[in-house]
Design a protein around this ligand. Sequence first.
Ligand code: PCA
Length: 326
Amino acid sequence: MKKMLGMAAAIALTAGAAAAGEKWDMPMAYSDSNFHTQNGKAFARCVSKGTGGELEITVHGGGSLFKGGEIKRAIQTGQVQIGERLLSAHQNEEAIFGIDNIPFIATSFDASEKLFAATRPTLEKILHEQNLHLLYSVPWPPQGFYFKKEVNEVADMKGIKFRSYNSSTAKLAELTGMVPVQIEAAEISQAFATGVAEAMISSGATGYDRKVWESLTHFYEVDGWLPRNSVMINKDAWDDLDDNMKNVLNGCADLAAYSGLWRSKQYTDFTMEGLASNGMKVGAASDKLVGELQEIGETMTAEWLNAAGETGQAVVSAYKEATKND
Ligand code: PCA
């Protein structure tokens, strides 16, 4: 509430400011219809209104300005001032970026928020070292498997060409006997149509956005993890803002975090129904498959903890402590 009042005061202070202001570009990697992109656009409108037009942010969705894999670097180097990225795709730089992609550590929206809360201070510090400042972070819906055949156990996955979106999903493919091929969400419809890939793990959201029913037939709910998109700003651009501007951006970021979470929850049910009504078989993965995946998840968790060292282990301990009564 305090933050909201702060934001209202900031709006009042800046509302009369001259209209011709600074213009920023905000690249985002996912389709215009996706809830992250819609949320980013609402954030940009909030900033524009809140600063009385002194700062106008233009969202470029669908990887149209920079592709997903290029966005983080573009912000770091100041090619753009702000943008959104799936940070787990950069865990080769810092293991902490991949904490939200550890299988089965946080499998609900509630757990994802708690994991993020435990991670945020460490994450912010590491991002600052990379000339980035974190504004807000929004989870994708829970992750499940897409195939073009019935799959009841890991043995059924052997040799399948599996579309991955980061090193964790590639590792999961290897551990289940599949063949990973990294492809941006913006390009998966074509990859499935041409047979470059035949399966993936993702949310109902991405399957729906990319109309994967045109090529695939089954969606198995696994709720493996909820990876997050982070909206980050170049730290020099952030430091150059005056306090009123920072207040507006922080207020809009708090709103975006809240509304993004809400949109993600809403989109989960909507897209599950959408996949089914377009002819896909949607349902829970078999107990056998889930059991096998959990074992693989334990291997991946141990590997992550090892790579993350003391800092990462401290974050996981803090998260476990915060959720021990859940
Ligand atoms: N969609 C994104 C990342 C996670 C998700 O649900 C993708 O498939 O690329």
